[in-house]
Structure formats: C-alpha cells, structure tokens
Ligand binder design. Structure first.
Ligand SMILES: Nc1nc2c(ncn2[C@@H]2O[C@H](COP(=O)(O)OP(=O)(O)OP(=O)(O)O)[C@@H](O)[C@H]2O)c(=O)[nH]1
Length: 382
C-alpha cells in the first residue's frame, strides 16, 4: 500500500470517528454543527472513492470524488460561518465547487496530468483554509474565550500554507505516472498534514461549540432567566470584584435595594404574565437610568439590588431618586391594561472593611423603613 493510500485511509477513519462526536452535538442546536456533520459525511463518502482509483471509472474515482471533497470543504467553511452568526452564501459556495470541475475534466480527459489535478485540489483546499481563518478572525463574540478562536485560526493558516506548498511542489513536476506511488519524503510529509486537515478543523469546530456551551451554562447560572439581570450567584461574583476594587482605590461604594410596591396586587390585576412584563421592563428601565458600570442583581421575586462603585452618599441618593421618579412615570402596557407602579428603596454606603452581606443587611434595613413609612420612597441607612 502506498503512502498516499495510507493517508487517505487514515483520513477516512478519522472522519468516521468524528461522525458520532458531531452527531452528539446536534442536540445542542448550536449553529454550524449541521454543516460540519455534512462536511464529515462528504469526507467519508469521498475517501473510499479516491482509494478505488483504477478499480472504478475515473469519472467516479477522480471527478466525482474530488467534487464531493470540495463540497466537504465548503460545508466546513459554512459551519464556521453559521457558528459565527454569518449566513453562508450557499449559491456562491456551490459555484466555487463547480469552478473546480473544468480543470479536473481538462487535466484528466484532455491532458492526463496528476500534478495539475493535485494543484487544482490544493489551491481549492488552501483557499478554504484561508476563508476559515478569516471568518474566525472576524467573528469572535464578546465573552467567549480566545483559546478556540486563536487555535482554529493558527491551525487553518498552517494547513493553508502546507496545501499551498504541496500545490507548488506539484506545479514544478512535469509528469507523475501514478500519484498513489509517489512516495518522496516532502510529498509524504505534506500529504500527512493534508490528510489531517478536515478532521483537525472539525475538531476545532467542536472546540468552539464546547466553549459556546460553557458560556451558555455560565450565563444560565449568572443571569436571571426572566429579566436578564444578574442572578444572586452572578451578582455575588461581580460584587466581590467591586468590593476589592473599592478597597484598592479607597473609593466609596453605594448599595441600593429596591422592591416594587404592592406587587401581589399587580399580579392579581394584570395576571402573572403582566407581572412578569413589569419585572422585565423595570430591569430595562434601571439599565437605562443608572450608569453602565453599576451592577444590577435580582435577589428576590420583585426585589433588586444595585451596586454603584465610586459613588458617595449625595450622588447615590440623587441616582436612586432619579430611578424612583422614572419608575413612577413608567407605564407598562399589558394584555389586561396599562400598569403603573412604584418602588421603595433602601440605600447604604459601604463602611471601611464592610462585607457584601453586612452592606446589604443595612440597605435592607433601610428598605424596611421605606416600606413602613408608606412606600414609594427612599430611605437611607446612615
Ligand atoms: N409575575 C411574577 N410575580 C412574582 C415573581 N416572583 C414573585 N412574584 C410575586 O410577587 C409578589 C410579592 O408579594 P409580597 O411579598 O406580598 O409583596 P408586595 O405585594 O409587593 O407588597 P410590598 O412589597 O409590601 O409592597 C407575590 O405575589 C409573588 O408571587 C415573578 O417572577 N413573576
């Protein structure tokens, strides 16, 4: 068995191994997985056809097999594009596959040249690798780890370089009797790298999917499902960072706990869905009213906490009053009518060395005062 045949067989085996792995990711519904699965199936179909050269018609073992392999390449690219929220332009991609047909036919049936067929295939795969590198370089989403992106980019560029080198090497050859017996050291090395290309890039895709799933899981823990505010866990983590920063900079930190008034009767009047809508719109209102660096967490059903770094009492008080007034003027249009609502707030400024729990206990005590003094008001724990 020649080195070329061994390389093709290994690619085929790796493709088979990837199949159940990619299949297991289909359930995640992460965009791109379907296209990568398609690429893997195309790879698995094309490899035996290439191996059967000489035993089946050349139209199948050369022309059709190479077209299927090109389809695998564009599906691989489409998977990365879809994963990175870019719609792959399938007509253009299919046109790219079709472009490889005339040279393949020419270099088989007009002039039978293995080197030129290899050059055609290498130019195509190098272009695919470069396209993958570019789409990945442009597409990193905020909050995602750099590791899978940088790895994919570097790997795609290395493969593009190796495929180009193999193409150039074959361009320099006049005639090769049979590519399957072409066992020079340089060809075998570049061939082995090329054989690993599709499986390795598919692995890179899977690495990106795992990173995306981890981010989603982290978000599910750190974000409140209904309103998108930080959950208790997420808020605690952000608050610890803010406390450490306040200690380092010796800067003030204000804590405001707000509770929507008579929320039970809002639910009773506008329905639970109406109540949910009020909670969601209230969170949007807080985001629009407070500063970008403030942290907002949902700590109870209709109770929220805001941490305002670098803010002393006077400024914190005016920010809290601004929020209270904005809430009073906020009308939520629900299925059961328009709901207006108010909030009560408790404000505390962090004392030196105070923990988050201690600070929140004081703010909560102030909130209680605001509730007992008639609601729709702000109370301060001095
Ligand atoms: N729609 C909706 N209601 C919720 C949610 N979480 C808690 N609640 C409701 O919020 C209401 C809170 O009621 P209470 O604790 O009695 O407080 P309140 O009616 O706002 O009265 P005060 O706080 O004293 O002004 C309860 O009826 C809860 O069912 C939620 O996610 N969605």
């Amino acid at each position: 068995m020649s080195a070329v045949s061994v390389a093709i067989a290994i690619t085929w085996l790796l493709g088979l191994l990837m199949l159940p792995l990619l299949g297991s990711l289909l359930r995640s519904r992460v965009p791109g997985v379907r296209e990568w699965l398609m690429a893997d199936v195309a790879l698995i179909v094309s490899m035996p056809l290439l191996l059967l050269r000489g035993h089946i018609p050349d139209l199948v073992s050369i022309i059709f097999a190479n077209l299927v392999l090109s389809l695998a390449g564009v599906s691989l690219y489409a998977g990365f594009a879809r994963f990175l929220q870019r719609a792959p332009r399938w007509p253009l991609l299919i046109a790219c596959v079709a472009i490889t047909l005339p040279p393949l036919l020419y270099w088989r049936y007009v002039v039978d040249s293995i080197p030129m067929r290899v050059v055609t295939a290498m130019a195509f795969t190098a272009a695919i690798c470069l396209a993958v590198a570019v789409v990945v370089a442009r597409g990193r989403q905020p909050g995602r780890s750099r590791y899978p992106y940088v790895t994919t980019m570097v790997v795609a560029i290395i493969f593009a370089a190796c495929q180009s080198a193999r193409g150039l090497y074959f361009l320099g050859l006049n005639h090769v009797a049979n590519a399957l017996t072409f066992n020079t050291f340089i060809n075998v090395v570049l061939l082995c790298v090329g054989a690993a290309m599709m499986p390795v890039l598919l692995m890179c895709g899977m690495m990106m999917v795992h990173d995306a799933l981890l981010c989603d899981a982290r978000d599910a823990v750190n974000r409140d499902f209904l309103t998108g505010a930080l959950s208790r866990e997420g808020f605690a983590a952000v608050a610890q960072t803010m406390l450490a920063q306040a200690d380092r900079n010796r800067s003030p930190l204000a804590c405001l706990i707000v509770d929507l008034d008579h929320f039970k009767s809002i639910n009773d009047t506008y329905g639970h869905t109406g109540g949910d809508q009020v909670l969601c719109e209230f969170v949007s209102l807080v985001r629009a009213t407070l500063r970008a660096g403030d942290a907002l967490g949902r700590v109870g059903g209709e109770e929220f906490v805001v941490l305002m770094p670098g803010v002393a009492l006077g400024h914190a008080q005016s920010l809290a009053e601004r929020l209270r007034h904005a809430t009073m003027g906020h009308a939520v249009v629900t299925e059961n009518g328009t709901c207006t609502y108010t909030l009560s707030g408790g404000l505390a400024i962090r004392l030196p060395g105070e923990s988050l729990d201690q600070l929140m206990v004081r703010a909560d005590r102030a909130l209680y005062q605001a509730k007992v003094s008639g609601r729709n008001t702000l109370s301060i724990d001095a």
